[in-house]
Design a protein around this ligand. Structure first.
Ligand code: TMP
Length: 182
């Protein structure tokens, strides 16, 4: 993301198991981008799994376990003082930009990016930075070589839906990413 100009909290990796990041104040929102209907969108709207979403949806969920991470509207974001209108506009723009980059990246890996979640933080200069992992734990990824709705799943839904072969699927994602020379 940094290499493509997206401002992130990433500084460097001193070792294989360590990452240095900039200190930020996390905005308590899960920003979810959806390209294809799945998960809670289908459960809450009745949309059919696999429906193409054009344009992609950008949604905000309040990070609050006690309240069950509810979906928020722009008005509710303002009401709760979670983000200013300007910050909401910036978050939407950054989420769409990251989506464009990730969709292209996963396409080259033969993987469809169904949806994903991002978190952002604000640094000392009030700049919004992407401050999250991007992994099969936080994305829905479908193998383009499989048509079967269970076999194509390469993400945490394998665990959530007890589909088995979780580690194999994650290893396959890693292999395809490494094969891109990343
Ligand atoms: P959802 O369909 O359950 O709302 O999830 C949308 C995307 O967000 C999916 O790729 C999984 C990811 N996600 C997280 O990374 N953490 C979470 O706590 C939730 C609810 C979803």
């Amino acid at each position: 993301m940094e290499a493509n100009g997206v401002p992130t909290h990433f500084v460097d990796r001193p070792s294989a198991k360590e990452m240095r990041v900039k200190s930020v104040k996390i905005i308590p929102l899960e920003v979810v981008v959806r390209n294809i209907a799945a998960g809670s969108l289908c459960l809450q709207t009745g949309l059919k799994l696999g429906t193409n979403l054009q344009p992609s949806l950008v949604e905000f969920y309040y990070k609050n376990d006690h309240l069950g991470d509810p979906l928020l509207t722009r008005d509710r974001l303002r009401l709760l003082d979670l983000a200013t209108d300007d910050q909401v506009d910036q978050l939407i723009k950054m989420a769409q930009w990251i989506n464009d980059l990730l969709m292209g990246f996963f396409q080259q890996c033969g993987i469809t990016l169904v949806d994903f979640k991002l978190e952002f933080g604000v640094d000392a200069a009030q700049q919004i930075l992407l401050a999250d992992e991007i992994s099969p734990d936080t994305c829905r990824l479908w193998n383009q070589s499989e048509t079967d709705p269970d076999r194509r799943v390469m993400d945490k839904d394998r665990f959530r839906r007890d589909l088995g072969n979780v580690e194999e699927a994650y290893q396959q994602v890693l292999k395809r990413i490494l094969d891109q020379g990343v």
